[in-house]
Design a protein. Structure first.
Length: 332
């Protein structure tokens, strides 16, 4: 993994926080995040705070709606686990995965190419959250009762500003303007008619960026994560299962985790489509200093993929240092 650097050294940021009252430290980190965000060549939203509720919140465009892309899978997981808590599903329940539901993804659609697939809810959650598998997501979205039921569960947690309107097949179809029919066949048809279709998936799409569907504000996503991680949304066993699964995320190594100390525990979910590159999760600070929720959304950016991920990594490091050293300053 490459080592990314902030233009303003971390030591400067830390010394500024330690040397100044807490409000000056907050001003310093907000200024630094705005500086980092300006390099995104798009719009950036940030929401970060301590899970225990102490201290200030670090916010940037935190009430603006951003396309969630695959970060919506956090809400799907919550809605499914709520059904397990209610006794209407079990982690061991086997759900059929019909090839007609296959959506291009890294595991199911690519590896399990023959009919006859059934997977447990637990394995589907694992694939959805750790590999961002789209087929697993759509099977689980249906098991939760559909997108409207997922949104209803989010509202039941007292969280507004986050809405789920489609499954991944619906989101991708609309982004690319794909024809109707079985997803794999529609995708093949779209690729045949537009050889640059896959490349379009790396660039902003005005209709997608301005669509209110399947969006969240950084505040709303961070609030949902706070409810989950503090045990207010699900049972203790479901909370534990969700957190442990998110800690195994394989898609975010170059985002929130990238510039944090190697031993740092991060539980997150990424999202990527068009000009949007997102990461939302919880960072555990060292030496019992607590946990911080951190949500960074980017939209409408034409930067190369790695450059957008670097913005998230740099913001996450600034947030990490602020909460770690501001806490040290306040304890003296």
């Amino acid at each position: 993994m490459s080592i990314l650097r902030l233009a303003v050294p971390i030591a400067f940021l830390v010394s500024s926080i330690l040397a100044a009252p807490s409000d000056s430290g907050l001003t310093t980190v907000r200024t630094e995040i705005q500086r980092i965000a300006s390099a995104a060549a798009g719009e950036v939203g940030v929401a970060a705070w301590r899970l225990d509720g102490h201290g200030a919140r670090v916010l940037l465009n935190a009430d603006e709606a951003f396309p969630m892309a695959s970060t919506f899978k956090i809400a799907v997981a919550g809605a499914v686990l709520a059904k397990i808590d209610a006794g209407t599903l079990r982690l061991e329940t086997l759900l059929p995965v019909d090839p007609a539901r296959y959506v291009e993804s890294d595991v199911i659609a690519n590896a399990l190419i023959h009919p006859g697939v059934s997977l447990s809810v637990h394995n589907l959650l694992e694939l959805m959250l750790t590999h961002s598998d789209n087929t697993a997501t759509d099977v689980l979205t249906a098991a939760a009762g559909g997108p409207a039921a997922v949104t209803a569960w989010v509202r039941g947690q007292g969280v507004t500003g986050l809405r789920v309107d489609r499954d991944t097949a619906g989101i991708v179809r609309d982004f690319f303007g794909m024809p109707t029919g079985m997803f794999s066949e529609a995708l093949a048809t779209a690729r045949k008619s537009d050889p640059k279709l896959d490349e379009r998936g790396n660039h902003p799409n005005a209709a997608f960026d301005n669509d209110p569907r399947d969006t969240s504000t950084p505040n709303a996503m961070a609030e949902l994560l706070s409810k989950i991680f503090t045990g207010h949304a699900l049972s203790p066993s479901s909370t534990k299962a969700l957190i442990e699964t998110m800690e195994r995320c394989h898609t975010g190594d170059d985002r929130i985790r990238a510039r944090l100390p190697a031993a740092t525990t991060v539980a997150d979910k990424t999202g990527t489509l068009g000009g949007s590159v997102n990461d939302a999760g919880v960072i555990t600070l060292p030496n019992g200093k607590g946990q911080i929720v951190c949500c960074v959304f980017i939209k409408k950016s034409e930067l190369p993929f790695a450059a957008r991920e670097k913005v998230i990594a740099d913001i996450a490091r600034a947030v990490y240092d602020y909460f770690l050293f501001a806490d040290l300053a306040q304890s003296k």
